[in-house]
Design a protein around this ligand. Structure first.
Ligand code: SF4
Length: 255
C-alpha cells in the first residue's frame, strides 16, 4: 500500500499533483490529517483542489486529529487541576525562555493517519510518502513502526522547495499557501503577520493565546516566542512582509 501524507503545503501537494499528472506512480490515497486549526486559506485551497486530484485518480482522504476547539490544546484528564499543554507554547522559568514539549503532532497528525491505515491496509506493509524536499533533508526520519516505510520522492528527485513551486506553475497548478496550524508557536514574526492578514485566523489565534495564558500554575504561557500576547506584538515591520518562514516543525507536521 502506498500513501501520501498530504498536509496541503507546497511539498506534499506537489507530490500529489505529480501522481495526478503521471510523474510519480499511483498511490492508494493521499491522506490529510486535519487538525481543525489550519488556516482558512489552506481549507479553501483544499476545497478547490481536492476535486482536481480525485478527477486525476488521486483518492483524497481526510482524517480528523482534533475537533479544532480551544479545549483541544489541553487535556485535564492527565493531571488534576492543571492543563496538560499539547502545543509547544513558550513560557519563562527563572527568567529563561522555554518551549514546552510538543504533543500535538503525534495526537493530531500521526495517530489519526495510523488509525486509518490500520483499518484499511489489510495487514499489508505501507509505503508512506512524505513531502520533504532536498533543501529540508535534515527533517527526514526513519519510520518508528515496522509496517510503515517512509519514502521521500522529492528528495529522490533532488528537488528543492522553490523547484516544487516552479513545477506547479509550469503545469498550470495553483501554488498552495504554507500549511500549519494558524496559532502554531513555531511561527516567527512574519508568520504572525501572515496569520493576522486572515481575520478569522487571527481571531482564533488570539483566542488560543488567551486560552493558554494561565493553563499551567504559576507560569504565563504564550504562543509567541517574544513572551508577549499576540495583540501586543509589533507586526508592522515592513521588511518582514513576504518572508513566511517558520521554525522547523521537525518534518512530522508535513509543512
Ligand atoms: S503545526 Fe504547530 S501547532 Fe500544529 S500540530 Fe504542528 S507543531 Fe502542533
Amino acid at each position: 500500500m502506498k500513501i501520501i501524507s498530504l498536509g496541503w503545503g507546497v511539498q506534499s501537494f506537489t507530490l500529489a499533483a505529480m501522481v495526478a499528472l503521471g510523474e510519480l506512480e499511483p498511490v492508494d490515497a493521499a491522506i490529510h490529517s486535519d487538525t481543525g486549526f489550519e488556516s482558512a486559506l489552506t481549507y479553501e485551497f483544499a476545497k478547490r483542489w481536492t476535486p482536481w486530484l480525485e478527477e486525476h485518480g488521486v483518492r483524497v482522504v481526510t482524517v480528523k486529529g482534533s475537533n479544532g476547539t480551544l479545549e483541544e490544546v489541553s487535556d485535564v484528564t492527565r493531571t488534576t487541576n492543571k492543563g496538560f499543554m499539547k502545543i509547544p507554547a513558550f513560557t519563562e522559568v527563572d527568567g529563561v525562555r522555554q518551549i514546552l514539549p510538543r504533543h500535538c503532532t503525534t495526537e493530531w497528525k500521526i495517530a489519526p493517519v495510523r488509525r486509518w491505515l490500520q483499518a484499511n491496509r489489510n495487514k499489508q506493509p505501507v509505503e508512506q510518502w512524505i513531502g520533504i524536499s532536498l533543501d529540508e533533508m535534515e527533517r527526514m526520519r526513519y519510520s518508528d513502526v515496522k509496517y510503515i516505510t517512509n519514502r521521500y520522492p522529492l528528495f529522490e528527485k533532488r528537488i528543492i522547495r522553490v523547484a516544487c513551486q516552479l513545477w506547479l506553475e509550469k503545469n498550470g497548478i495553483e501554488v498552495p499557501p504554507k500549511s500549519a496550524c494558524m496559532f502554531c508557536p513555531y511561527h516567527n514574526k512574519a508568520g504572525w503577520i501572515k496569520t493576522k492578514s486572515v481575520p478569522d485566523d487571527w481571531r482564533r489565534a488570539v483566542a488560543m493565546d488567551e486560552h493558554i495564558r494561565d493553563m499551567v500554575d504559576g507560569r504565563k504561557n504564550y504562543l509567541s516566542h517574544y513572551l508577549k500576547p499576540l495583540t501586543e506584538l509589533d507586526l508592522s515591520t515592513p521588511e518582514e512582509n513576504g518572508q513566511m518562514n517558520f521554525f522547523d516543525c521537525s518534518g512530522t507536521c508535513w509543512l
